[in-house]
Every structure is written in structure tokens, then in C-alpha cells.
Design a protein around this ligand. Structure first.
Ligand code: SF4
Length: 480
């Protein structure tokens, strides 16, 4: 699995331990979470005022995505035919290496020395920037968050807010260094000035790049169109100014019709940023035609598998409905304790805890399906009703079936299943355990260090009961 080469997901625990102690990161996350949650809540509430039922819309979106997945090959064939008919070239890529090869080939054919990029998580899967740089082509990220992350030599930590882990001070220092000026003291009031500064630099790149590279939020089969949804307008500069436009997108991103796209757009921006519609919604079909004032002379679609086809017909097919809105991570207590880099690969949060093991190998991301409190916040906000906690449970089961868990954990779970399945034995064991824990606490009500849960008591005390089980207390209450 080529995607596994660059994944650090196996080091999740160590990375998470580092991130929870990172005070700057924790400050940035604490500031961002209420914004994400509040904006989405307002966006969804506004839907109900319009008398449009959020749940009915979710069902419609879920149905569209399921309909596509049932006949994915058919919709892809229709898309390919319509895209070619409108003058675009369609290429297919099995994995990240093949994406890089295609893009570099196209760039060489057209003498490209610089490529501007709009945000594309698939290009992160492929590590495309490294491949372009190795081929002598300069990649320039133009989404403001991606631009910041690229200047810092980092990777995105969120799928819709790549630099959410950075504070204003971080960005100011970075811009001062990279743009060659003295450092200033900036506040949130100065953010427009910083955005203007970045825009001035990026404008030169927009005007001089020979190639634009973007993802696509959706591919519309009936018209052979790529739909691109952005808030900064950089997507339009990347897709219309250079003479070559390359669209890199997963095969699952297809939707049958423009009407289906319009339905999904009712929920995508609301779930992501709370907006009723994003600032820029671009529908890109074919190449520049006579009479057009702008547009690429060459359009290439690269349709990518990279592990997606394996999920079709599997217990994980629901995951292919994902429309990359980010709502699951915005509501996840684990994500907002750690940030995105702890997850070790492209996709963080609950969707990453499912996608990373599936795309890079279950054995290469053992901790991710366990990075959940089981609160189901992610499942309840997902606009296409992906049962994320259920999929994480299934991944855990598969780890056990394949013997990938430590023997002590498997033994403990088997012992628990034996005890929990026999009520009399369960009550006897619980009585003994309650007495023992109470004795260990020595009347203090909590245990400082407990050998059976060293991870738990390393960071906090373990509260214990009064020495009586719930059954005993309940029976005593009934008697009273
Ligand atoms: S899993 Fe659902 S909530 Fe998470 S990014 Fe995908 S569509 Fe959005």
C-alpha cells in the first residue's frame, strides 16, 4: 500500500502525548472549537426557519451518495464520456505515485515551471508538492491556510482549516520572515492586513504560473463538470488563469446530476462553516472556447482510486459517502484535545480514524479506531449520516480477528465477556472488586496509582465507590 509509506499513524499515542502538552496548539484549538460548532449550529438552525427539515435533507444527501456508490462504474463512465466530449482529457490513477507521474508528465508536455494549487487533500495523499519540486516545478499553495502551512514546511491539520493549529503571532512571525520585513505585533483586527499581504504575494504567482492544480468537491456526471467550492476566490484564479488546469479527485466524488449537486450544496457549506452557500461555487467544464475571456487551453481530470475501490461492497462502504465537510472533527472532543497532526496522516478526526486505516492498512494505524470517546457527536452531525462510531467499532473488531491487538487486551476482553454473561458471577466479582478498590483507597475516595490502569492514573486519580456495588445500593434503597 503506497499510502502507508508516509503515514505516521502508528505513532499516534506518542504524537498525541506531545500535542496535549503543546500550550500554543491548545490555545489555538480552544479558540477555534466554539467558532466551528457555533457557526454550524446557526447554519442548521437557519434551515429550519426556512421550514426545510435538516433530517429530510440529510436523507436526500445520503440517498444521492448511496445511489452513486451502487453504480459507481456507470457514473464514472458517463462522466468520462461527457468530460472528453467537452474537450477535457481524463486519466486514471491507482495510487499516489501514479498521480504524481501523471501531473509531472502533463507539466513537462507543456513546459511548466510553476504550478499554483487550490486546496486538494488528494494531492496531500500523493505528496504531490514533493514530486513536483523534485521534477523542477515550483508548487505554490494559494488557499491562505495552505499557503501558511507550506511556508512553515508543515502539513494541514484540518481538512477545511489547514492552519487551525497556528496562532496570529505564529503567522505574523512567519510572514515577516518569508516576506522579508520586520516582525509586528498583530491582533485579530489585523487579520485583513495579513490576508492582503499574502494576496499581494500570491497575485504574482497567479499571473506567472503555467499550470493550475485543484481538487473538486464533486464531479457531475451528466455534464462532465468539476464543481469547486471555496471561500477565498483562489480556486477561480488557479482554474482559469493558467493555460493548463489539472483536476485531481477521488473516484467517489461523482454525483449524477446538477440537481443532485444542488441538493448536496444545501448541506455542505452549512455543515462546514455554517454558511448557506460558500463565497465561490465554480462549475468547470471543458476548455476555453472561442469567445471565452478566460479558461485553460488544456484541462486534465485525474480520477484516483488510492484504496477507494476496495471499500465498495465492504463493511466500510458508507465511508465513501463522505463529502469532506469537516463537521465530524469540529465536534470531536479527541480532535480538539490533540489537533490534526497527532493523527499522523492526511485525514484527522473521526473521518481520519476510519479512512487512514482503510487507505494505509489496518495494521499501520492500530490506535486510530480507538481515538474516540464513543460520544457519537461525529455521527450525529455528519450530513450524509456516516455511522463513524460503528465503523470504528468494526475496525476494532477486525484488529481482534486478525490478531493485531496485544494478548493482554484480548485476554481481558474475553474474561470480561465470560463474567458479564453470567449474572451471579458478575455480581460476585463486582462485590469483590468494589471492596478491594475501597480498601486500596484507604478511605480517601480515590486511588493515586493503580497498576491495572497505569495510563489513567498517570494523569489523574481514580475515583472509587464506597465499597458497595450498584446492585447492593439499589437493593438497600428498595428495602428502605
Ligand atoms: S465523515 Fe461526515 S462529517 Fe466527517 S467530513 Fe465526511 S461528510 Fe463531513
Amino acid at each position: 500500500m503506497s499510502a502507508a509509506k508516509h503515514s505516521q499513524a502508528m505513532h499516534f499515542q506518542a504524537r498525541a502525548g506531545k500535542e496535549v502538552r503543546n500550550a500554543v496548539l491548545q490555545r489555538a484549538l480552544q479558540k477555534a472549537k466554539p467558532l466551528f460548532v457555533g457557526k454550524r449550529a446557526k447554519g442548521i438552525a437557519a434551515l429550519s426557519e426556512d421550514k426545510l427539515e435538516f433530517e429530510a435533507l440529510r436523507t436526500a444527501c445520503e440517498d444521492i451518495r448511496n445511489r452513486v456508490l451502487t453504480d459507481l462504474d456507470v457514473w464514472l463512465a458517463i462522466f468520462e464520456e461527457r468530460a472528453r466530449a467537452s474537450g477535457a482529457e481524463v486519466l486514471w490513477a491507482r495510487d499516489g505515485d501514479e498521480i504524481c507521474r501523471h501531473v509531472v508528465d502533463v507539466a513537462r508536455q507543456h513546459g511548466v515551471t510553476k504550478a499554483t494549487k487550490s486546496k486538494s487533500m488528494l494531492s496531500e495523499e500523493a505528496r504531490l508538492n514533493e514530486a513536483l519540486a523534485a521534477a523542477g516545478i515550483r508548487p505554490v499553495e494559494t488557499d491562505l491556510g495552505e499557503y501558511i502551512v507550506q511556508l512553515a514546511g508543515e502539513t494541514p491539520s484540518h481538512i477545511i482549516a489547514p492552519a487551525v493549529h497556528k496562532t496570529i503571532g505564529d503567522v505574523e512571525a512567519l510572514f515577516a520572515k518569508e516576506h522579508g520585513r520586520p516582525v509586528e505585533t498583530r491582533t485579530s483586527a489585523d487579520i485583513p492586513a495579513m490576508a492582503r499581504e499574502a494576496r499581494e504575494v500570491l497575485r504574482q504567482h497567479f499571473l506567472s504560473a503555467e499550470m493550475g492544480i485543484s481538487g473538486a468537491n464533486f464531479l457531475i456526471a451528466e455534464t462532465g463538470t468539476a464543481a469547486l467550492v471555496t471561500n477565498e476566490g483562489n480556486g477561480r484564479m488557479v482554474t482559469t488563469l493558467p493555460k493548463v488546469h489539472v483536476v485531481i479527485t477521488g473516484i467517489e466524488k461523482i454525483v449524477p446530476t446538477l440537481e443532485d449537486f444542488a441538493t448536496l450544496m444545501r448541506l455542505l457549506p452549512r455543515s462546514a462553516t455554517g454558511q448557506s452557500i460558500s463565497n465561490y461555487v465554480s462549475l468547470l467544464t471543458g476548455t476555453k472556447q472561442p469567445g471565452d475571456s478566460d479558461g485553460p487551453e488544456k484541462t486534465v481530470f485525474i480520477l484516483v482510486d488510492n484504496g477507494r475501490a476496495n471499500l465498495l461492497g465492504s463493511a466500510y462502504q458508507d465511508m465513501l459517502r463522505c463529502i469532506r465537510c469537516g463537521a465530524c472533527m469540529n465536534h470531536c472532543p479527541v480532535y480538539f484535545s490533540l489537533g490534526g497532526h497527532a493523527y499522523g496522516w492526511v485525514y484527522p478526526g473521526p473521518m481520519g480514524s476510519v479512512l487512514t486505516p482503510l487507505y494505509t492498512g489496518i495494521e499501520n494505524a492500530l490506535d486510530l479506531p480507538h481515538a474516540s470517546t464513543g460520544c457519537n457527536q461525529c455521527g450525529s452531525v455528519c450530513p450524509v449520516r456516516i455511522p463513524l462510531p460503528k465503523l470504528m467499532h468494526r475496525l476494532r473488531e477486525e484488529q481482534v480477528e486478525r490478531g493485531l491487538r496485544p494478548w493482554s487486551e484480548s485476554f481481558g476482553l474475553k474474561a470480561w465477556a465470560l463474567v458479564a454473561g453470567k449474572p451471579a458471577l458478575y455480581r460476585w466479582v463486582m462485590r469483590r472488586a468494589a471492596r478491594y478498590l475501597n480498601w486500596l483507597a484507604d478511605g480517601s475516595g480515590s486511588i493515586r496509582i493503580f497498576g491495572l490502569a497505569p495510563g489513567w492514573t498517570a494523569g489523574r486519580d481514580l475515583p472509587v465507590s464506597s465499597g458497595k456495588t450498584f446492585h447492593e445500593l439499589y437493593a438497600a434503597r428498595k428495602r428502605a
